[in-house]
Unconditional design. Structure first.
Length: 198
């Protein structure tokens, strides 16, 4: 059973286009907010987010060995390292006198967990779709791997600004203020209440 390539490509184009435009707008807003706020520029976890966005665009994949070394290996290592770091921070939270450290690290752990979950959710179908044709020679699996799931890796870079936006309460607050400002109802004329009093 072969897949209809033209309909798949047009659907993938529309999906990627509808995600790309809000992603670019969100990225520009986050970078603008980083540039505008000196407090956000000083925080280390914000620098890590910017570096992750830059590295998400560099994805070499030459041959099966390179694919295992450059795609499968880093996803597994990143997943295990993230789990170890989160478990370590949670265990430190339960020690006596470590509540203040937890309050400082909570935002970083939330950002790290959300980014790692997003990357794992995006890359797992891609990894599975490339491993299945190696194990089972099925033309449908090969069509899916080469025509559909190969575009999933772009979703990580496109969804990264939205995940970063979730982890930055200052930026969320400024967006909320913008929407509150647009929804404010103001009177169109002044009611002279002072003249009605006896």
């Amino acid at each position: 059973m072969a897949l209809d390539i033209t309909s798949i490509y047009s659907a993938l184009f529309l999906i990627l286009l509808t995600i790309t435009i809000p992603s670019i707008i969100c990225s520009i807003y986050i970078v603008y907010h980083f540039i505008r706020s000196q407090e956000l520029r000083k925080r280390l976890n914000n620098h890590i987010i910017v570096v992750l966005v830059l590295f998400s665009f560099i994805q070499p994949g030459l041959g099966l060995f390179d694919w295992f070394c450059n795609v499968f290996g880093p996803i597994i290592v990143g997943t295990v390292a993230t789990m170890i770091l989160i478990i370590r921070v949670i265990l430190q939270k339960h020690r006596i006198g470590q509540r203040a450290i937890w309050q400082r690290n909570r935002k970083m752990v939330i950002q790290l967990a959300s980014l790692s979950t997003m990357y794992i959710a995006v890359w797992i179908p891609d990894i599975i779709s490339y491993v299945i044709p190696i194990i089972v020679s099925n033309p449908l699996a090969l069509d899916l791997a080469s025509n559909v799931f190969c575009y999933f890796e772009y979703l990580a870079a496109l969804l990264c600004p939205f995940v970063c936006l979730v982890g930055l309460p200052e930026v969320r607050q400024s967006i909320r203020q913008i929407f509150i400002r647009f929804n404010t109802v103001q009177p169109t004329f002044q009611n002279p209440v002072g003249f009605l009093r006896p």
